[in-house]
Design a protein around this ligand. Structure first.
Ligand code: PMP
Length: 404
């Protein structure tokens, strides 16, 4: 059952106040708060297990390794990957994309080949490709969007040429909330034998993901946006692709044998995990997965959709309100501007009322340019937000309005 009172009690930070006002945390797109079970897991492992993982003969090292590898299995089951060989632990979405961009461009692309991204991408899914493109003369092509903030699929298909080697798009926009039709995108790309990377940073916390059903070639996300710890992320890749890609970083763990003349690499997933992994983080990450699965992703999605519908309707009743991103399929994110109040002023004044929202370009400057704006105020919902908090936000916006 979705017991919101109990849920909120699981997140101690939600009961604190800021500037003497109860905290209303609506910046979940940037990062989510952590339930007690996640934070406790970190302390418990440091207090009673801590030892470096893999290759250790002693008890603690084996126990830490078991926990770490059990977390990998937990992630595998969570997104329904075929094998734990396909689950690479990284620092987050950003590192996962950089890894693929680097290894894929190096091994699979030649000068003049093309990568397709979209107009609404986060900088991490733009600049990672640009860095590689600059080195090798790769061309970046961009799927356009309509004014509601939806990808133009017909235009997408027209962009594909024999030189298209990969498509890399986000599942859910961190600015517009648009849920992109990735199944269709993957199907279209595959019909041209082009693999697809999906940036799932903003979808994994809010809907059930099945990488096999999607048939995604690569799927990336961050633990901290789904109630887990910072510093941990996932690169899911189909084994056939990961086998073809060269290592991203060199160091311990990723090798089989090293000599000064020749080094051979470890098997998957370790080939891509150089150095000591954040094994404490992976244990806590597994707890975050336990948490959202106990609530049920379908229930979370339904609850957040209700919040989105309510908030959208209430916000539209505010004079001068402009919502940026009105896609038919939308996740719990509302970007907005009110009259000619600068987004930064709105955010700063809402903060004084205890309301945490994000302002600015949200790491999506090309999208801002497309929408003809410099930035927005963004409220993004999580599984613990309430209609009462939305009411506080609405009242807050109205109050700020009276100050101008
Ligand atoms: N992609 C999207 C869609 C995001 O929203 C974010 C975080 N704002 C990222 C990538 C980057 O995630 P991280 O900072 O956890 O690497």
């Amino acid at each position: 059952m979705y017991d919101i009172k109990q849920i909120r009690e699981d997140f101690p930070i939600l009961s604190r106040s800021v500037y003497g006002k109860p905290l209303v945390y609506l910046d979940n797109g940037a990062t989510t708060q952590k339930p007690r079970s996640v934070v406790d897991a970190i302390a418990e492992e440091y207090y009673s297990v801590n030892a470096n993982v893999h290759r250790g003969v002693h008890f603690l090292s084996q126990q830490a390794t078991d926990l770490h590898e059990a977390s990998r299995e937990r992630v595998r089951a969570f997104i329904n990957a075929r094998s734990t060989s396909e689950i690479i632990f990284t620092r987050g979405t950003t590192e996962s994309i950089n890894l693929v961009a680097s290894s894929f461009v190096e091994s699979q692309m030649q000068a003049g080949d093309e990568v397709i991204i979209s107009q609404m991408e986060h900088h991490s899914n733009i600049v990672s490709w640009q860095l590689q493109a600059m080195k090798k003369g790769i061309i970046l092509k961009v799927i356009p969007i309509n004014d509601a903030g939806e990808l133009l699929l017909d235009e997408f298909e027209k962009l594909i040429t024999p030189r298209t080697k990969i498509v890399s798009v986000m599942h859910v926009s961190n600015v517009l909330g648009t849920i992109n039709p990735i199944k269709q995108i993957i199907r279209i790309a595959h019909s041209h034998n082009v693999p697809v990377l999906i940036d799932g940073a903003q979808s994994v916390p809010h809907q059930k993901i099945d990488v096999q059903e999607l048939d995604a070639d690569f799927f990336v996300f961050s633990a901290h946006k789904m109630y887990g710890p910072t510093g941990i992320g996932v690169l899911y890749g189909k084994e056939a692709w990961l086998d073809k890609l060269p290592p991203y970083q060199g160091g311990g763990e990723m090798i089989q044998n090293v000599s000064f003349e020749k080094t051979t690499f470890n098997v998957l997933p370790f080939k891509f995990e150089a150095g000591t992994p954040d094994y404490i983080g992976t244990t806590a990450f597994a707890k975050a997965i336990d948490y959202v699965e106990a609530l049920g992703l379908e229930n979370i999605a339904a609850y957040e959709h209700e919040l989105l519908t309510y908030a959208t309707q209430e916000m539209k009743s505010i004079k001068g309100m402009r919502i940026i991103g009105e896609a038919e399929q939308k996740s719990g994110v509302i970007s907005f501007l009110v009259g000619d109040i600068h987004h930064f002023d709105m955010g700063t004044l809402l903060d004084r009322l205890g309301i945490a929202v994000r302002t600015g370009h949200h790491c999506a400057e090309p999208l801002m340019r497309r929408m003809g704006i410099e930035g927005t105020v963004r409220a993004s919902f999580g599984l613990y937000n309430t209609k009462e908090e939305i009411n506080v936000l609405i009242e807050g916006i109205k109050r700020v309005q009276t100050m101008f």
